[in-house]
Ligand binder design. Structure first.
Ligand code: SF4
Ligand code: SF4
Length: 320
């Protein structure tokens, strides 16, 4: 039987996560809990229901979700007026209610897909890879959570001559990471904070294994891009950037590029659809554009002062 994975999105024609034009496959599941994460639907490795009450026309008028549910609708929660507002732990995550709901008040986060099904979508875009030097990018969530499925997908791309990119936080065992090296043309990874205690506070895990894996990745000679999500009050200090630069300078082989990415408050509707609060706090907001642009430039200038190929943002041509 073909290996299956849980995919929460396939984006076509992306240009920011890897060279050229790419098809980007997002796998569900992540061991980290970065508070600024804009894809909360990516965290749980299982399929989940997203609930959008404003789209529900009411169970008395409609009720299609109740009829479709093998548990008679008991996992679904409605207001007194019959508008859907959530689900409970009795839910089997079969997603029948989401398929039945015609107004998309219930959305299924995550599809079970075979390698062949994902490959079909990738192959449909082949002409764009050839004209642009692009290919397939695996992203998450955290790709390493579904590593067996990810490896099969990468191997299938290689068999078809399609270039591969993996974006991963590298919070995984060395043993697993080693398996990705022969199947991946370029990695994108990131450093969130050089202080492990702060890293753990803001993302749910210390940075030791991640930094160790970046050292290993660099020692293999494989191409990689290093990203720094610049989040105000979290890691946007001169001290943290200098420590990050010093770490990069000690690597055996340098990254192709160091990208400083601005924090953007995104995904709040998705948090609400999952019944979860926005982890940075509802009042936490982006800096005004001029301020975050200036902050990013100031930090990138520090990096460039060390001779590193630092750029602001992700919209840059990558040559392997
Ligand atoms: S996912 Fe399945 S079990 Fe859960 S509420 Fe929907 S139909 Fe019922
Ligand atoms: S099927 Fe959709 S619109 Fe109809 S009652 Fe259920 S959630 Fe509301």
């Amino acid at each position: 039987m073909s290996t299956t994975g849980i995919v929460f999105n396939i984006q076509h024609m992306t240009v920011h996560d890897g060279p050229g034009i790419r098809t980007e496959v997002f796998l569900k599941g992540c061991p980290m809990r970065c508070r600024w994460c804009s894809n909360p639907e990516s965290l749980d490795p299982k399929r989940e229901l997203g609930i959008y009450p404003s789209k529900c026309i009411g169970k008395d008028k409609c009720g299609l979700c109740l009829k479709a549910c093998p548990k008679g609708g008991s996992p679904l929660i409605f207001t007194e007026d019959g508008v859907i507002i959530g689900s409970n732990e009795q839910c089997l995550r079969c997603m029948s209610c989401a398929s039945a709901c015609l107004t998309h008040a219930i959305k299924a986060w995550g599809d079970v897909m075979t390698v062949e099904q994902v490959m079909k979508e990738i192959m449909d875009d082949r002409v764009y890879y050839e004209s642009s030097g692009g290919g397939m990018t695996l992203n998450g969530g955290e790709v390493m959570v579904q590593w067996e499925f990810a490896l099969e997908l990468l191997a299938a791309c290689k068999k078809e001559g399609i270039s591969t990119c993996v974006e991963s936080a590298l919070l995984c065992s060395r043993e697993i990471l080693e398996k990705f090296i022969p199947l991946t043309d370029i990695f994108y990874t990131d450093i969130k904070n050089m202080d492990s205690a702060a890293h753990s506070y803001w993302s749910g895990a210390g940075n030791e294994q991640i930094l160790d894996n970046i050292r290993y990745l660099s020692s293999t000679g494989i191409s990689f891009v290093l990203r720094i999500p610049v989040v105000p009050q979290v890691n946007n200090t001169e001290e943290n950037i200098r420590k990050t630069a010093e770490f990069i300078l000690e690597l055996e082989n340098p990254p192709v590029q160091v990208q400083l990415l601005p924090y953007k408050k995104m995904g709040t509707e998705k948090y609400a659809s999952l019944g979860r609060p926005y982890p940075m706090g509802e009042d936490y907001n982006m800096l005004p554009r001029q301020e975050w642009e200036a902050n990013l430039k100031e930090l990138a200038d520090i990096m460039r002062g060390y001779g590193l190929p630092a750029v602001e943002g992700s919209n840059h041509i990558i040559r392997r």
